[in-house]
Design a protein around this ligand. Structure first.
Ligand code: GRF
Length: 209
């Protein structure tokens, strides 16, 4: 279970990104959720991956929750912690503790549209290209160094749900790729800009509707 190259995945909900990571063959030591009812937990269990629940409501402060979460994570001694639809704002102390080995996937082309409701906001802004970003987590929400992005067209008549589904297909492609790059030691960060050794293509563009 303790694989020095392994990943702990943090989820809060359905876990489709987590499933794409598991399917990719990346070594996942455990899946941890702050929600006992997260659908992704069952998916992980069916695949024989250890799961843990750290319920945020049982902790009086963000610091207390983050400390309990860190205790669970550290039991698996992961090389990387990957947030995949993990809907908690983390304390600076937690972010520091995992600095350089904590990543997240966000459903927009950052730095556009940090925060929630990204697809509706993209439609309201009239952007013609939208997408997702895998990035290192920094203290500022949805602002860390960008590892890879995938872009999709915004089409006339799109609803937020249609756009979300188009983006999600790309999320499932790029997150496992970013994790592999990390585990292979190929990510180099200089002044907040991430390069991938041996690969210049950190943007995936999909014209598929
Ligand atoms: C994804 O769109 C992810 O980018 C965002 O939350 C959603 C989680 O979906 N952070 P899932 O739980 O991976 O299906």
């Amino acid at each position: 279970m303790r694989d020095a190259m392994s990943v702990v995945v943090l989820i809060s909900g359905r876990g489709s990104n987590m499933e794409s990571i598991l399917r990719s063959g990346v070594p996942v030591a455990a899946v941890i959720s702050n929600e006992a009812g997260a659908g992704g937990l069952q998916i992980a269990e069916r695949r024989g991956v250890p799961t843990r629940v750290v319920p945020h409501r049982e902790h009086p402060t963000r610091e207390a929750f983050d400390a309990a979460l860190a205790t669970e994570i550290d039991r698996f001694a992961p090389k990387l912690v990957a947030m995949a639809g993990f809907m908690r704002i983390l304390t600076p102390g937690f972010v520091e503790r995992y600095s350089g080995r904590l990543i997240n996937i966000h459903p927009s082309l950052l730095p556009a549209f940090p925060g929630l409701s990204t697809h509706a906001r993209a439609l309201a802004a009239g952007v013609k290209i939208h997408g997702c970003t895998v990035h290192f987590v920094s203290r500022e929400l949805d602002h860390g160094p960008i590892i890879v992005q995938a872009a999709v067209p915004v089409l006339a008549g799109d609803t937020a749900a249609a756009l979300a589904a188009r983006v999600l297909r790309e999320e499932h492609q790029v997150y496992p790729i970013a994790i592999r790059w990390f585990l292979e030691g190929r990510l180099v960060s200089e002044n907040g800009v991430v390069r991938v050794l041996g690969n210049d293509a950190q943007l995936v563009y999909s014209a598929r509707a």
